[in-house]
Every structure is written in structure tokens, then in C-alpha cells.
Design a protein around this ligand. Structure first.
Ligand code: GLY
Ligand code: MN
Ligand code: MN
Length: 441
């Protein structure tokens, strides 16, 4: 699957990452960097591990997602070193030494233990370490996860290389294929668990290989933002599906949400209106746009949808100013996406640090930066009927601005979220998700 990304894109990517890292090391006073893929965490008092998640800063260099205790060593001017963990262990099957489009970029060496890795690393000068904090205190590093260096590297990660864009596009192709399978399972009457399995089976992955636990919510479950249950039985009545699930390619994630009405025309019309609003917001994405402004525009658009559907009785402007729109849309419009689903650096003011504040009254916005070419963001407006927020609204000043009969009509459907992944360009953006749905089968 990895050979879908041309090798030359990777070598340019590696050169860019090396250059970026050299500059960050020079600016923060280090001579070299060591990155660790992460350690296996064992369940207490037992001998099996929690699912392994490779450290994102390591994956930026090498797309090794399933091998703990590997190291990348980089000293500006030298070829990077990759120490590959290959223990002599009869309990587990050792991962074979990688040979792929990316391995030529490294001096690759198998190591059979942490001790061997420690000896094989090229020491000398002030070496910074990024990775798991535990277990490396006595390895002689000048610093472990030094904030100044980590911040510079995090800030730069928002701008994706061409290789990263290709990986994210491929993660969307897989995600779109799996979403189609999930929709079919929904229409055929599957349970939440059955839909999740259809999603995974269609792209041959197990749950721990997904970028995040899939959110598969039938009916009112759609109102729970991070709904984590997978009911084993279908509900007696099938109304709606909200599915938020993604796939991974070479360590890069897609993060995609779709909402479907099973048969109800009014809910289908509301989904269609949300889809129009989402596309209008996507059309506003380009370099130079402050994401905070787009988030506030989203509130106005959703308030219009609510007003036109007869759910609220005041006009959009008033609904945004008074906080009424936040009763129905209580999360941020989107976030950076990449090696992590919620990628790092979304609120960083500069490579040196500092925080760009969120707009008042919008505490969950994860991205406050001005968009630049190469950023990849999610666009995920939502509209939900959340019991606890509605109860609070009903008891307060918003109560008389809501049509409670309309709320009662829609509440059994849960809510709507439509989420695409966008690659920002100078003039606009490329919608990786819609493109993937268009081209995948
Ligand atoms: N899947 C989590 C999110 O959309 O941010
Ligand atoms: Mn999502
Ligand atoms: Mn998201």
C-alpha cells in the first residue's frame, strides 16, 4: 500500500524535515537529536501490552507505526540513523527489517535490545531526546523533550510536505471506502457494532490500527459528541446514523464524519442543509484566513439553518451574540490534521511559542492560527440535540427562543456532523475527503 506514494516525494520530505530540524537545533543550542518510537506499556501485574501508538515526532521521519523501541538519530550534515528494534524473542514474532520506499534515507541497523540501541547511537556534543520520558534519564542526553525545540518542530508540522499531502489523500481514500461500507451496513439494518466492523473489514484493519476509536451512533446516540458505545443489537427503530471514523496511511490520519437519515424526510432535509453550510464553509478556506473568523461564520450559518428549520425563533445574528447557537454547536469548527488526529501546534503564536487566544465563549476551538498553504485542517460543523445543554437552555434566557416542539421532533435523531479534510492552498483548498468519495468505490 505504501508504494502508492512515490519514493521521490519521500526523499524530498526527508530533506525538508532534516533541514527544518537542523535549523531548530541550531536555534535552541543542540548538536543532534534522537527520536524514540515509544515503549510498550504493559498492563499492571500482567505480561500483555496496551495497544502501541508510535510517537508522532518519530513517525514524521519514518512511517513505522507498529514497532516500539526504535530510534532515529540525526546530526546535521550526516545521514540520519535508524535503529530498528529486532529482539531475539521466542514469545513474539519480530517485525522484519523494513525495506521500502523510505528506508534508503537512513543508515539502517537492527538492534536486539535497548542496551544495544544505546551503544549504537552516535553520541557526542549536546544531544536532545524527543520521545517517551521514562527510561532514558541516564542515557546522557542534554535534554529530554526540551520545550523550546519541541515547540519549533510542532509549529513547523502544520505545513505539510508534498509527501505528507499524498499520505493524507490516501488516508482519505481508505476512509471514504470504509465509510461507504458502513453506510451500506446501516441501510441493511446492522447494529453499531456491525457497522463498525463493516468499516474495518472493508479496509482490512483492526481497531487499534484506526487513528481513533470510531464513533458509530445510531439515533439519539448522535447527540453524544464522543459517543464510545458500540451497541451489539440494532435499535427497534432505525432513524439515523452519525459515523465519525478515519483511516491511516503511513502514519497519517483521516478524520471523516457523515450523517444519514434512514427514511425521515425532515431529518434528511436538515442533513442536506448542513451539507450546504459545510460546503459554504469549505469554500471560505484559503491561506490568509484566520480560523477563528471561520469558526464564528460557522455559528452564523448554523444559526440560519436552525432558524430556517423552525428550531430557533430569533435571527442568526442574535443567536450567535447571545450564545444560543452554542447550545446546538458546542465544539470547535475543526483542527489541524496529520500524524495526529488533533495535530500539534494549533494555537501556537510563533515557532518560539506563545498562544493565540480562542474567541471568548468558544473554549473548545483547537485551531486559532491564520491558515497557510500546506496546512491540513478538518471542517466539521455540527448541530446536535443534547439533553443536558437543552435543559439548561430551557431553564434560562434562551428558553423562549427555542421551538420545543421542533426540538422534540428532532431529538430522537441525535444530531448532525459533516466532517471533511482540507488541504489549504494559496487560492483556496483541496477537499481530500470529497475527492476520495468521488473517486473511490
Ligand atoms: N474524531 C474526532 C474529531 O472529529 O475531532
Ligand atoms: Mn472526527
Ligand atoms: Mn475532527
Amino acid at each position: 500500500m505504501h508504494n502508492l506514494v512515490p519514493a521521490e516525494l519521500y526523499s524530498d520530505h526527508l530533506a525538508e524535515i532534516a533541514d527544518r530540524t537542523a535549523q531548530a537545533l541550531a536555534a535552541t543550542g543542540y548538536d543532534a537529536l534522537v527520536l524514540h518510537s515509544g515503549s510498550l506499556r504493559m498492563v499492571d501485574f500482567d505480561d500483555y501490552p496496551y495497544p502501541f501508538k508510535a510517537h508522532a515526532a518519530f513517525k514524521l521521519w519514518a512511517p513505522l507505526t507498529d514497532t516500539p523501541d526504535c530510534f532515529v538519530g540525526y546530526r546535521p550534515g550526516e545521514r540520519p540513523q535508524l535503529l530498528f528494534n529486532h529482539p531475539d524473542d521466542y514469545w513474539h514474532k519480530a517485525t522484519p527489517l523494513p525495506a521500502s520506499y523510505w528506508t534508503d534515507g537512513f543508515d539502517l541497523q537492527a538492534v536486539s535490545s535497548l542496551d544495544a540501541a544505546r551503544k549504537a547511537l552516535r553520541h557526542g556534543g549536546r544531544v536532545a531526546f524527543i520521545g517517551d520520558e521514562r527510561g532514558f534519564a541516564d542515557w546522557g542526553f542534554a535534554a529530554v523533550n526540551p520545550a523550546a525545540l519541541v515547540t519549533r518542530l510542532d509549529h513547523a508540522r502544520a505545513r505539510k510536505t508534498s509527501y505528507e499531502l499524498a499520505c493524507l489523500a490516501q488516508a482519505n481514500v481508505l476512509g471514504a471506502r470504509a465509510h461507504r461500507a458502513a453506510e451500506q451496513a446501516f441501510r441493511a439494518g446492522a447494529s453499531e457494532y456491525g457497522i463498525a466492523n463493516a468499516f474495518m473489514q472493508s479496509i482490512s484493519v483492526r481497531e487499534q490500527e484506526l487513528p481513533y476509536n470510531p464513533i458509530v451512533a445510531l439515533n439519539a446516540g448522535g447527540a453524544v459528541l464522543h459517543y464510545q458505545v458500540l451497541e451489539r443489537s440494532p435499535p427497534p427503530e432505525r432513524l439515523s446514523l452519525l459515523i465519525d471514523a478515519g483511516a491511516v496511511h503511513a502514519g497519517y490520519a483521516s478524520d471523516i464524519t457523515r450523517t444519514y437519515s434512514y427514511a425521515d424526510a425532515d431529518f434528511a432535509a436538515l442533513v442536506a442543509r448542513m451539507d450546504e453550510a459545510q460546503l459554504a464553509l469549505c469554500a471560505g478556506v484559503k491561506a490568509g484566513v484566520d480560523w477563528r473568523d471561520l469558526h464564528l461564520t460557522a455559528h452564523r450559518l448554523i444559526a440560519e439553518v436552525l432558524h430556517d428549520a423552525g428550531i430557533i425563533t430569533v435571527d442568526a445574528e442574535v443567536a450567535v451574540e447571545t450564545g444560543l447557537s452554542a447550545v446546538f454547536l458546542p465544539h470547535g469548527l475543526g483542527h489541524l490534521l496529520g500524524l495526529q488526529v488533533h495535530d500539534v501546534g494549533g494555537t501556537l503564536a510563533s515557532p518560539e511559542g506563545g498562544v493565540i487566544p480562542r474567541p471568548e465563549g468558544h473554549p473548545y476551538l483547537r485551531l486559532t492560527r491564520v491558515l497557510e498553504p500546506g496546512f491540513v485542517v478538518t471542517m466539521e460543523p455540527g448541530l446536535y440535540f443534547i439533553d443536558s445543554l437543552l435543559a439548561r437552555a430551557r431553564a434560562g434566557a434562551h428558553g423562549r427562543h427555542i421551538d420545543w416542539a421542533r426540538v422534540a421532533q428532532f431529538a430522537p435523531f441525535g444530531g448532525i456532523r459533516i466532517e471533511d479534510n482540507l488541504a489549504v492552498t494559496a487560492a483556496g483548498c483541496e477537499n481530500l475527503t470529497r475527492e476520495a468519495f468521488r473517486t473511490s468505490s
